[in-house]
Design a protein around this ligand. Structure first.
Ligand code: ZN
Length: 379
């Protein structure tokens, strides 16, 4: 829900008013300037509380008095809570929470918000025209053949589900990425590294699909998403591994050069002392041994620090009604006519690659093949 929509509902709850700056001393003013934008933070917390079913009311000194939703009442074992946003307040009212990013209360909200993915329903808007004028020719090249006119069938809507995830890498060079995976009933349709599906317009609501998904269907979609995300992650881990391997190996090489030189020095010194005083031999040998142990320990540390640890967290699920249509088009060479079809993503106005009439694989190029038409492999 947008802040504007919240404000229109009349219950004045989410304030964007700036927090009053402290009058003095100067130190306090500087401290306040280091805090994140207080207005945006209040608006964010207010929206989250309202969307989870809480009622937010104004209280004295810019505080909020919040009646918690039943779920949050159980989670936090209280019915109401007073939230204090003012970082300059010396003492809090009894039972009140200081609400700032990273404060105990801020982290409680973060924990609760991360627990379940947000779910929304959207309809992808069809593009006009629904397919390029040249039809399948826009995505598939031909040699020794010519295309007939393209005929686009009626638009229908199919269910697709987008899983929004945050992928985190620790170890080596830590990184965090947003991914979106779009699934159809037959399996994965597209995956993007980014926070949104690109090149399309949409509206809220599942306007073209009325029947609900059965629980077993939901778990089937969820299993398919998990499986495919694991595959994508394995692929990404290989890229990350490749990117850090040289840095890790260079660090290990520097460490080895350093310790190898010191062990050699120590052994040389030990040999010289042994010739002058045989009694010290064992102790000096012990020094070289402890250097080698230290070398091993430090190498293990370096390997541990560079080893990849990854996590995928799904934070949002979008159920889509997606416009699709069948595109029909003939390929001709002399008297030979072969009819091809392609599934069109009408939201993008983009035909899929046609299936090769010979082997059925998606074909980027078609040529004459033994009195018919086929992909390069079939020809
Ligand atoms: Zn083929």
């Amino acid at each position: 829900m947008s802040p504007a929509a919240t404000a229109r509902r009349g219950r004045r709850t989410v304030t964007n008013a700036p927090v009053a700056m402290p009058v003095s001393p100067e130190g306090a003013r500087e401290e306040a300037a280091l805090l994140p934008d207080a207005g945006a933070w209040r608006a964010f917390i207010g929206r989250w509380l309202e969307n989870t079913g809480c009622q937010v009311g104004e209280a004295a000194r810019g505080d909020w008095e919040v009646s918690l939703s039943p779920a949050l009442q159980r989670r936090w074992r209280r019915q109401r809570v007073r939230l204090v946003f003012d970082p300059q307040r010396a003492t809090l009212p009894r039972g009140a929470w200081f609400m700032a990013p990273g404060s105990a209360a801020g982290r409680k909200v973060l924990d609760a918000a991360r627990e379940e993915a947000l779910v929304t329903r959207r309809t992808a808007l069809p593009r006009v025209p629904g397919a390029p004028a040249e039809g399948i020719a826009a995505v598939c090249r031909v040699r020794g053949l010519s295309w007939g006119p393209a005929r686009l069938g009626p638009v229908s809507y199919e269910r697709r589900i987008a899983f929004h995830a945050v992928v985190t890498l620790w170890g080596g060079l830590p990184a965090q990425e947003s991914w979106v995976l779009l699934l159809g009933s037959e399996g994965p349709i597209e995956s993007v590294r980014g926070s949104e599906l690109p090149e399309m317009r949409s509206r809220e609501g599942l306007y073209q699909i009325s029947e609900e998904l059965e629980p077993e269907d939901r778990s089937r979609w969820a299993d398919a998403a998990r499986h495919h995300l694991d595959e994508l992650l394995a692929e990404r881990e290989r890229e990350w591994e490749h990117a850090i391997a040289k840095l890790r190996d260079d660090e290990l090489a520097r460490l080895s050069a350093f310790f190898a030189a010191r062990v050699e020095e120590e052994e040389e010194r030990s040999r010289r002392r042994t010739t002058t005083n045989g009694d010290e031999h064992e102790m000096e040998g012990g020094d070289a041994t402890s250097l080698k142990l230290e070398w091993e320990r430090r190498s293990a540390e370096v390997r541990q620090r560079w080893s990849l640890r990854t996590e995928i967290r799904i934070w949002g699920i979008e159920e889509w009604a997606w416009p699709v249509a069948e595109l029909e088009q003939e390929l001709r060479a002399g008297a030979m006519h072969v009819r091809l079809t392609s599934r069109v993503d009408v939201a993008r106005g983009l035909p899929a690659l046609p299936a090769c009439p010979g082997c059925g694989a998606p074909a980027e190029m078609l040529v004459r093949a033994r009195g018919s038409v086929g992909c390069v492999r079939c020809a």
